[in-house]
Design a protein around this ligand. Structure first.
Ligand SMILES: NC(=O)c1ccc[n+]([C@@H]2O[C@H](COP(=O)([O-])OP(=O)(O)OC[C@H]3O[C@@H](n4cnc5c(N)ncnc54)[C@H](O)[C@@H]3O)[C@@H](O)[C@H]2O)c1
Length: 360
């Protein structure tokens, strides 16, 4: 069997939690290299997982290793630059969310993808959970009818991911909780709703917890004196051309009883909620209101859809990735750009965000 040669770029928290395990588990992938600007980090991870080489500079890595696939798991502001370079070197790219820090960069990525004829998939793991995969199919099969209302959010009591690190520096992150957690759950709501065309966004940002260390996320080290110039809460509304309502609520820190991540959908035939990982379906039968809590009967080792296998299969079969192609990154970035503009102006902002994106 010819194996695809894989390299990991960015050896931080998410790379260790997710990407390295995902690619090591695939029999038709050879994990060849790890690269991090902090060479010691890359070398330690390479040693831990028996990966043959480590690099400090990603360009040196491409020149020496010529990988077929790379994961890009660096701070957000580097996603576009490294993705474009990887595509130019003939690699397929699995880029972490958000695809880019704004729509302009997302457009550049799509253009490079089309120019070099390679695939770009976004690491939107919340689309790949068994519950999300099942719910998407349930909706596509028509069980909700027309979805006319959706609510999405991720609210944390104490969850600032490294106060003073790149996460809280707008230049390197592109934004605060909206671009960090919104990229998971606002994205998921839009995806489940079949990526409706958005026509305006109205939003507000808040910075109520930037002066306290008490609300840092467990396990995330902050940097004393580091920049914190992004929002810790983002609340808003997306106006959709199909007449449906979509409101959202994201916070890294807030005075609430407990954390909650959720999508709630109301349709003309049925409803659904996915709250803290639990899926419930709502409807009626024989004129009686009925709730269903589906038990997905799977071998615990199995997933309906594995993010890494999905990407590698698409490459092998020479087709687009169906679940999280780069087009979703542009669609989402246009909504996020409009959100920040609206928060700044204090007014709703018009946006033409359609899927797949318009490249002009
Ligand atoms: N899908 C998810 O659930 C999820 C979870 C966490 C983070 N993320 C995303 O993953 C990305 C990384 O987040 P993280 O939490 O791992 O951050 P992190 O800070 O822990 O890791 C980033 C790594 O990139 C390295 N790096 C910086 N510049 C580099 C360069 N030029 N070349 C190579 N490496 C470089 C850093 O040294 C660091 O080791 C972000 O885009 C974030 O949004 C996704």
């Amino acid at each position: 069997m010819t194996k695809l040669k894989y390299a990991l770029i960015g050896a931080g928290g998410n790379a260790e939690k997710k990407h390295i395990h995902g690619y090591l588990s695939l029999e038709n992938v050879q994990v060849a290299s790890i690269c991090d600007i902090d060479l010691d980090k890359a070398s330690k991870m390479a040693q831990k997982y028996n990966v043959p080489s480590a690099y400090q500079d990603y360009k040196d890595m491409f020149a020496a290793e010529k990988p077929d696939i790379v994961s890009i798991v660096t701070p957000n502001f580097l996603h576009a630059e490294i993705t474009e370079y990887a595509l130019s070197q003939g690699a397929h790219v699995h880029c972490e969310k958000p695809l880019s820090i704004n729509a302009e960069e997302a457009r550049r990525i799509l253009q490079a993808r089309d120019r070099y004829g390679k695939l770009v998939m976004i690491g939107l793991n919340n689309r790949f959970t068994n519950e999300a995969v099942f719910l998407k199919k349930w909706i596509d099969d028509g069980h909700l009818g027309d979805i006319y209302s959706a609510k999405a959010g991720w609210v944390r009591r104490s969850g600032i991911p490294g106060r003073g690190t790149w996460f809280t520096d707008k230049k390197r992150s592109g934004g605060g909780v909206m671009i960090d957690l919104g990229a998971h759950y606002l994205d998921l709501a839009l995806y489940l709703m079949d990526r409706p065309k958005a026509s305006y966004v109205a939003g507000k940002t808040y910075q109520n917890f930037i002066h306290t260390t008490a609300r840092n996320r467990n396990g995330y080290k902050g940097i004393e004196g580091g920049v914190f110039n992004v929002e810790d809460a983002a609340i808003g509304y997306v106006g959709l051309d199909n007449g449906a309502s979509l409101s959202f609520d994201f916070s890294w820190a807030s005075n609430i009883e407990e954390d909650r991540f959720y999508v709630e959908l109301m349709g003309t035939k049925g409803g659904a909620s996915l709250v803290n990982g639990t899926l419930k379906l709502f409807g009626d039968s024989s004129d009686i209101c009925l709730d269903i809590t589906p038990k997905l009967k799977l071998n615990p080792q199995l997933q309906l859809l594995n993010e890494f296998r999905h990407f590698v299969d698409a490459i092998a079969q020479g087709r687009q990735t169906l679940v999280a192609p780069a087009d979703d990154g542009l669609y989402f970035a246009q909504i996020v750009d409009a959100f920040y503009e609206s928060a700044e102006k204090g007014l709703p902002v018009q946006v033409v965000s359609a899927y797949p994106g318009v490249l002009v």
